[in-house]
Ligand binder design. Sequence first.
Ligand code: AHR
Length: 512
Amino acid sequence: MATITLDPAFRVAPVDRRLFGTFVEHMGRCVYTGIYEPEHDTADDLGFRRDVADLVRTLGPTVVRYPGGNFVSSYRWEDGVGPRAERPQRLDLAWRTVESNEVGVDEFVGWSRRAGMEPIMAVNLGTRGVQEAADLLEYCNHPGGTRLSDLRRVNGSKEPHDIRMWCLGNELDGPWQVGHKTAQEYGRLAAETARAMRMVDPRVELVACGSSNSAMPTFAAWEREVLEHCYDLVDHVSLHTYYDPAPVEKTTHLASSRDLDRMITTIAATADHVGARLRSRRRLTLAVDEWNVWYQSRFAGQDRLSYDRSHELIEDVYDVYDAVVVGSLLITLLRHADRVAIGCQAQLVNVIAPILTRPGGGAWAQTIFHPFAQAAAHARGEVLRVEPQVATYEDGLYGDVPLVEAVATLDDESGTLTIMCVNRSLAETVRLEAGVRAFPDASVLEATALWDDDPSAHNTEMRPDRVAPRPMDVTVEDGIAHAHLPPVSWAVIRLQTTRPTPTPHVSASLEG
Ligand code: AHR
């Protein structure tokens, strides 16, 4: 059995809607034959697939990071603007392919807004530097009257793109990155780029590159040194994390969110340490701007790619275990809502993605689509801390792991209380008792669980709903909500509560 207690007083922080972000990289078939396929039956006037855009709207990401990833570290943004017929073919060094530049900044920004997302733009700090980053920002955000902003207008975007969030490079701690740097080299470059970008547009929010994963030999030391240089010039520090199911036991895979939890607390502490040393009054937040399950050990590696290969790259097919891990990673991001401002699941389409497409054919939702879509739709208002009382299991990698992980959100406006939880047990249904006495009139709005008798089941173009959330019985009696969480499951329980009565306004007067 698992017991949890929900109380409106246990508030962590408001839900930053940017926690439900995604990522589109020029990699494999994410852009070409993913979101963009001008020959497709559903293509719009700009060549983007409408069937994919519809699925993206159902998935519900709020922000989208672009154009990479490793791709950005040798990207020339100028290649992707202006008349399409004049755009150059270029070698993409990161993924050893030829980039046609059919899609560039202008098309992408237009598409992302139509699909309901705000773009987050990354600049190339691998092979390029301060000037090119400032130029791209001027091109995107300056209203007009300069060479670059007028170029944007000539290219069809009269209004500025008004992109507020910018990433200062990508994974520059990694030797696989084109233009890989030491922490000192990157910290200095990030500082000077940030300074120049704020001169172009002081409203921007800037993300400094943190570690590429928690196993990097420079993990935390990288952040310490980088932030010594740019702490007061950036707003967020990034962290990336992928979990590979292939080489580990299922129980270890299901516990992956323990690593993310640790990464968040470690990097927040590192940033605070630098802030304290610098006597800064600012408090940086974290951008987990690449996270997901990735069967990375099945990927031959960048070095094995050749420029003449087909476009397909890391099109992982996800099962129920993976969906439950994705659910637990979303729970972890929400539990740290006081420190994590941005989350971007990597990536959106085809490349380790919740959406798969067939060129000239259909588009469908993978298992991992569902926890994301449900969290993005229902996690609103304030995050409430939930501490399950539940049995644990001993895992070789992660130590003591609770069978159930949970978080809740309370939307004061609608009065909806949403509980999100996972059951990591491979075989046992766990009885959940959620104490909701603090919400006297709580009643069940909707309850679903994603699980399957065969947790290795996955969705296909022919059976896109093979794995999807199904209704789950929940009752509320004497202030306790009762549910049964199937083995290897992700569950969402939405309760209607009476809107809290607003605190009476007390005005004090010095008169009389
Ligand atoms: O998302 C795939 C790749 O993973 C990205 O290009 C890179 O940033 C990370 O290593």
